[in-house]
Unconditional design. Sequence first.
Length: 71
Amino acid sequence: MRDASMVGLMGRVTGTVGPGLVGEVIVRVRGGAEHFLAYPAGTDRLERGTVVMVVEYLPPRTVYVTAAYDS
């Protein structure tokens, strides 16, 4: 998968993402849903269940995410 094709996809936090933490998100991609290691794109802590958007993809299984909606 090309790097740019992951950017902009939506997902959901399955393991808390935050500064100093390696979290986990599930993203719908390639006709299914896949888990990725996740880091925050900013300084916010993203709790389990938060809807996120991928802002950077580091192959093969790492993404940087931000909250998709203001809370």
